[in-house]
Design a protein around this ligand. Sequence first.
Ligand SMILES: Cc1ncc(COP(=O)(O)O)c(C=O)c1O
Length: 409
Amino acid sequence: MDYSLQNHASYIGRPVSELPTPSLILSKPVLERNTQILLDDVKRLGITFRPHVKTLKCTEVTRMMLGDGEHRQIVASTISEIRGALDLVKEGKLDECLYGLPISASALPHLQDLTKSLKIILMIDSEQQIDLLDSFASKSSSTVAWPVFIKIDVGSKRAGMVNDSPSLPKLIQRIESSSSASVHGFYCHAGHSYACRTEDAATAVLQTEVEGVVSAARFLVGGKSERKIVVSVGSTPTAHVVRRLQGVLPEGMELELHAGNYPANDLQQVATSLVEPTQQAVRILADVCSIYPERNEALINAGTVALSKETSEFPGYAVVTDRPQWSVVRMAQEHGILGWADSNQTSRFVEKVGSKSSEGEKIESAFTVGDKVLLYIQHACITAAMHFAYYVVDGDDIVRETWIPWKGW
Ligand SMILES: Cc1ncc(COP(=O)(O)O)c(C=O)c1O
């Protein structure tokens, strides 16, 4: 059994330096600032908002992302996340969830069960999924059509149909004539926006997202009725520039923004240059266990399963927060190796937040066995998924709350 999962509450009121290691620290002031920025942006634009809960997967952050019930719909990537979010349905703050993976046969019975508690929307990107829904409906004698988003691939080549595929109008036709599904809207997720390095580049991807879903939605013109079609766009980098959105949507379409990583941020987001290093809410605490002056390295007790193997333009797998020239340069399952790994990105980081280190520093001057180090991580979604309890700190790094994420699938 994970030690933090059993003992987390006993650390409330204590400083970060006293926590067990490795452990995940969440800064509540940073989380609150990050979520409020996006809530303000969508309010100013007058568009709807659907946070993705997959990054920090817990009631407290989801409630914060929803603006405490100001927005009432989420995207989830696992059934476990939807089950976890049912607490917010009970609180009267959540009505609707999009299951964000293209629908699978195994998920359907669970989702059907969840429709007793909230409205479930499915993601569709293949005609064969309508066969699946038809067959499920005939077996379960269900007569209710599932509301569906049709997933459009705007360049990330993960899920979705490209707009110029002849299969897209066929799929729309098929749904229009099916009794087991009805079109709720069109959805895209520009995962490739993580490669953007400027506001202009992210704005261009955001524009591509909007054009992608709007032109797909045009296939419905002249369709069944006067209903409103939702066009849903977003990813954290494009959400970070959503305030730059311009233009008017064709009549009958409602614009929705979705995003998930933005409350946390991480080195991948800092690498886009759309957020500052100080906007990262997640850090990992680890112990320095050994020092190797001959190779100018140290060993810490946070390895692959505490940090993840994600990378970015920042060197290594994690960066020491107050000495960003030192990063985790190699890892084994439970070991991380700290090494000197300066880069252009690190210099930008040092300019913004400073560093206790200077060029040519020796490992034995920087760290001593028994030290605790705090690390910024590359990709919060993956790192957070490996921790069983989050230690939530105030601006002085004192633990004020502990939150338990929804694990598994
Ligand atoms: C379908 C879908 N929507 C939204 C998101 C949220 O993206 P981000 O974390 O970049 O905000 C993801 C993330 O993977 C996703 O898969």
